[in-house]
Design a protein around this ligand. Structure first.
Ligand code: GLA
Length: 369
């Protein structure tokens, strides 16, 4: 028996750094994927080959330990989860192939864990749902990778739906699909090729800073509420209890959460121009209050501000590098890519990569007997 699984990456139109604060996000799965082919092992070992990493490794199911090679821990961590839950797995061989750029803020790591876990589930006939995979990703990220991330990536990768964004409430995982299809505009990612490493970066520190703000608010108002669900008035009233950095972080999160709900309403009415303005506002906050941008990302966003055919642009994902997400008029797409790429490489002496994306379905699988 063989199983083929495809796990997409994701984009996020707006709602950045809100997920681990219990806020709203507005992401969608994309048509770029990691593919897994899983079948019987030719030995007593499990064998994993990755064409993207140009690497392979072997391990025994009874002996799961963290690896020094970063990407292997996504695989080993997933196996660890199933073992911890008492499953006796079959040895396998898995080939991994991908057209999803790695470390660019489009969630190649969540796609790797989600797709691989689905492959293991199907190969061993286990009963796990999409929501369980969301939890498996969180387990692997926190226990094996050391990242205290939110649920946006894994939720989107598993629940994605073609031509629809997901308005997800990260406090209770309630969600709605919102149609995203325009004859006029398309989504373009521009990859700065500045490699972000969320673990080495300030991501976990941002999580901690927000927790501090949330704790102080909850004590002051005697509530149990996630940070994103406070109002800016309530935050303002405790300003003197927070240092300015923490105040700025919390202020950004609360505004970004509101923006996300407004943006979703605008999208339902196909008001793309107004939607785009909120994307610029989001970037401004990410740059000045949340401090997760970088000069390359700022350059791209600023450059688009004078171009009438770009209706919105902002950094996307964890930050410190990776991609900007841009809403661009379809008929100007190619000339825009040429123009921005030339200016970017003149300024930074680096290549800008463009990734045209469509909103696609979440993880899918097929069984061959
Ligand atoms: C990374 C994390 C997500 C989310 C974003 C920021 O992509 O994996 O959970 O926190 O950063 O919005």
């Amino acid at each position: 028996m063989k199983i083929k699984v495809e796990a997409p990456g994701r984009v996020n139109l707006i709602g950045e750094h809100t997920d681990y604060n219990g806020g709203y996000v507005l992401p969608g799965a994309i048509n770029k994927k990691i593919t897994f082919d899983i079948s019987k092992s030719s030995s007593n070992n499990c064998e994993v080959f990755s064409e993207s990493f140009n690497d392979s490794f072997f391990f025994k199911l009874k002996n799961i330990k963290k690896s020094k090679t970063h990407w292997q821990n996504y695989i080993l961590g997933s196996i660890d989860f199933f073992k911890l839950n008492g499953h006796k797995l079959k040895e396998f061989r898995c080939n991994i192939n991908s057209n999803l750029p790695i470390g660019s803020g489009i969630s190649s790591s969540s796609a790797l864990i989600s797709g691989f876990s689905r492959a293991i589930i199907e190969y061993n006939n286990l009963k796990y749902d999409k929501i369980d995979i969301v939890k498996i990703v969180s387990y692997v990220e926190s226990k094996f990778i050391g990242l205290n991330g939110g649920i946006m990536d894994q939720f989107t990768i598993n629940y994605g739906k073609k031509d629809h964004l997901i308005l997800l409430n990260c406090t209770n995982s309630n969600y709605n699909y919102i149609k995203f299809k325009s004859d006029l505009y398309t989504i373009l990612l521009l990859n700065t090729n500045v490699k972000h490493s969320l673990i080495d970066s300030a991501y976990n520190l941002r999580v901690k800073e927000c927790k501090t703000a949330e704790k102080i608010l909850n004590i002051h108002y005697n509530e149990i509420r996630r940070l994103a669900n406070y109002s800016s008035d309530k935050l303002y009233r405790v300003k003197n209890k927070l240092n300015s950095k923490i105040y700025n972080r919390a202020n950004f999160v609360i505004h970004e959460n509101k923006r996300t709900l407004n943006a979703a309403d605008l999208l339902k009415k196909s008001k793309f121009k107004e939607f785009g303005k909120l994307m610029y506002k989001s970037h401004e906050g990410l740059k000045n209050l949340y401090e997760v941008s970088c000069p390359e990302l700022d350059f791209i966003v600023d450059f688009t501000k004078d171009l009438k055919y770009v209706c919105g642009s902002r950094m996307m994902g964890g930050g410190f590098g990776g991609c900007t997400i841009n809403l661009v008029e379809k008929k100007h797409l190619n000339s825009f890519i040429k123009l921005i790429s030339k200016n970017y490489s003149e300024n930074f002496n680096k290549k800008l990569s463009s990734i045209k994306v469509c909103i696609g379905d979440g993880v899918s699988w097929r069984r061959f007997t």
